[in-house]
Design a binder for this molecule. Structure first.
Ligand code: ZN
Ligand code: ZN
Length: 680
């Protein structure tokens, strides 16, 4: 190549451009460095290559070099450099360049404004993006699509759908990216109807063979619960990318059809990391603990490196089964992969440690986080709530407010249930008020249910009743159930029957209210009425959910069902429980057979109690762990009063800490006491 030739600048620029388009930045750079003279086009081509294909930092450096030697950037240079900031998610740098753009008068340049808009969206500053959008004199389809995508992805689906409508009114025809951006808004909005309307638009616009649009459409149908339609469209696709397959996996998993998801996973020509991640998360979501863990191992054997999404998918498995050892091992792996500061991963770790009964560890990780989002705060508050630490939960809510993170509706459910578990009635009331008045969050059924629970659990049953009567919406079964359990706690039969009637009206298939009602009659000694409830259950074909408890020993989770004899070590367990029972009685334990509703003799009742699932799990833990080890149990239902009392005695006799997570909260039994203070 003749460096001194004439007209060479254009040739050089073309070569740089060609290499850049082939993503060969190194070669492009070599040519660029050899250029005897570089004009703004050359600089811009090179900067654009880095901005588009990385490393984006290199684009920023080059931009500075260019200005140092006195070359003035043009609109395309600015657009590229703003894109580089967007891919680095660097708001600070982006704002700095925005200022420069203003000074140089390039704000009205459409590609520059589009790049700015996109940068603010990627930095999650929708307000700033919107300002750029509103100030644009000319907007093209790219501007509209970027703004719609921002709203759809960041939880403002109504705004996204509104803009989509406005755009068409203004005569701008949506392209493939607009459709792909607006469809997730329908999903978020939960509106299949709206989605079908857009489907019509896609047909009219002739996008039915566009793989990006069709994949987004399949995703919309799947997430809106219309899996059959999703499948039909997927089967009809002429071209499928790995994303299309992944959308099907996630769709089936989302709808609880995890076997179908597995079929798709096995059927697809080539799985990528996202396929594995979706499959693992899907199994975890559907409670398939062993399969999820197995796939997580297999994925690594296949040579794939787990990323943040893998970990956020697999950690809930440990959280839900209180598999602390497994969880710790995964935590180590996360540290080795350098992902412990990733905000979603840190959130999942806090959730896991909180739900595994190690609240201090959760708090330690929480305090170490540099950037906390609403999920981080909510996860920590949930942990406190489950441990009955109402004060700590309220303190955290205060800190959260001052830190500038806005609590959402889930946060308030957690705070209210924390207040309820700790008997903080007035504080709970205040939170409920703040939520609707200050944060303008419309209370959902969960919030009402928490409030009834809060009042009822504290024994303020009349107020709970009045609260229900004053609800602006029709109470659902969960609200009545809260009242019913409070009535059982305080043996208020009259109000309890009233609550039960309403529960049966709305949800007669669930066994729990029948059991609560029977327990209430049992305490009052009304055996004939119990018989009536039992007959009602039998006539309606309602089966009690069997009590089930889990314990992790040596990284393996063992499952126990009340009265079940299938565990290989069952004889040892029964013997252990008999010995314990004798020692407990010496220490003053009296079995409370009122908690047994079966029609059997007294001695048998005692035996039934002794073989409740949590006791089988505790005995198994005692046999299989060295003295002094904390025993951690998870139970699917609420702990019964007798097991609660027995666990206290066992903790004292064996000098072990026993941590039980039941359907409601944590109980830490230590030295004959429970952390719940018998208030649960
Ligand atoms: Zn029990
Ligand atoms: Zn307790």
């Amino acid at each position: 190549m003749n460096k001194m030739g004439i007209g060479n600048r254009i040739v050089y620029n073309k070569i740089v451009d060609m290499y850049a388009k082939c993503r060969r930045q190194a070669d492009a750079r070599k040519v660029f460095d050899q250029m005897p003279e570089r004009d703004v086009c050359a600089w811009t081509t090179m900067i654009a290559a880095y901005a588009k294909h990385g490393p984006a930092e290199e684009a920023l450096k080059l931009f500075d070099n260019m200005k140092q030697i006195g070359v003035m950037p043009n609109g395309f240079t600015f657009a590229s450099i703003v894109s580089a900031c967007a891919s680095l998610v660097s708001l600070e740098k982006g704002e700095e360049i925005h200022e420069e753009i203003r000074r140089c008068g390039f704000e009205c340049h459409v590609p520059v404004a589009n790049a700015l808009l996109d940068m603010y969206v990627k930095c999650e500053r929708l307000d700033r993006a919107r300002r750029v959008f509103d100030e644009m004199a000319h907007r093209n389809v790219v501007s509209w699509s970027a703004m719609i995508a921002g709203y759809a992805a960041q939880g403002e689906p109504e705004e996204a759908l509104g803009l989509f409508g406005r755009m068409q009114l203004m005569g701008i025809r949506p392209n493939q990216f607009t459709f792909a951006s607006v469809l997730p808004a329908c999903t978020r909005f939960g509106s299949l109807e709206k989605g079908m309307e857009i489907h019509l638009g896609i047909i009219r616009g002739g996008f039915c063979s566009n793989v990006i649009v069709m994949t987004a459409l399949v995703d919309m149908y799947a997430k809106c619960g219309s899996m059959e339609k999703a499948r039909e469209l997927f089967d009809g696709m002429q071209e499928r990318t790995v994303v299309s397959w992944n959308v099907m996996i996630a769709g089936y998993a989302h709808n609880g059809l995890v076997d179908k998801a597995m079929e798709v996973f096995n059927e697809m020509p080539q799985q990528d990391l996202l396929s594995w991640n979706s499959m693992i998360a899907g199994l975890a979501l559907n409670g398939k603990r062993d399969k999820a863990l197995k796939l997580y191992q297999q994925m690594q054997l296949a040579g794939l490196r787990p990323d943040s999404m893998t970990f956020t998918g697999i950690l809930p498995v440990c959280a839900n089964f209180a598999a602390l050892e497994q969880g710790r091992e995964i935590h180590e792996k996360i540290i080795r992969n350098g992902l412990h500061s990733h905000v979603n991963v840190a959130n999942a770790l806090i959730d896991m440690y909180g739900k595994c009964g190690t609240i201090q560890k959760a708090r330690y990780l929480f305090d170490k986080m540099h950037h906390r989002d609403v999920v981080s705060w909510t996860a920590m508050i949930t942990g406190y709530s489950m441990h009955g630490c109402g004060k700590e939960a309220l303190e955290l809510l205060e800190q959260m407010k001052t830190s500038g993170v806005k609590p959402n509706e889930v946060t308030f459910v957690c705070v209210l249930s924390a207040c309820s578990h700790a008997g903080l009635v007035d504080e709970g009331y205040q939170c409920f008020k703040d939520m609707s008045e200050f944060y303008k969050i419309i209370p959902r059924m969960e919030h009402y249910s928490c409030m009834v629970d809060l009042l009822g659990r504290a024994g303020r049953l009349d107020e709970a009743r009045d609260f229900i009567n004053q609800m602006p919406v029709q109470p659902k079964a969960a609200v009545w159930k809260s009242l019913l359990s409070a009535c059982r706690l305080y043996n208020n039969i009259e109000l309890g029957e009233w609550a039960a009637e309403h529960v049966f009206e709305l949800d007669w298939k669930n066994a729990a209210p029948y059991v609560l009602l029977s327990n209430m009659y049992a305490v009052a000694g009304r055996w004939d009425t119990i018989e009536r409830v039992r007959r009602m259950m039998k006539d309606r074909g309602i089966q009690k959910t069997p009590g089930c408890s889990w314990i992790e020993v040596n990284k393996e989770v063992h499952n126990f069902i009340g009265g079940d004899r299938s565990h290989p070590e069952i004889h040892k367990i029964y013997t252990k429980l008999e010995i314990l029972s004798r020692e407990m009685k010496v220490a003053g334990y009296v079995p409370d057979i009122r908690f047994v509703l079966n029609d059997v003799k007294e001695e048998e009742k005692e035996e039934i109690l002794r073989h409740h699932s949590e006791r089988l799990a505790i005995a198994f833990g005692l046999i299989n762990t060295p003295p002094g080890t904390i025993i951690r149990i998870v139970k699917n239902l609420r702990v019964c009063g007798d097991c609660h009392s027995a666990s206290k005695f066992i903790s004292k006799i064996t000098a072990r800490e026993i941590v039980v997570r039941d359907a409601n909260r944590y109980h830490c039994f230590k030295d004959g006491q429970c952390s719940c203070g018998d208030y649960w």
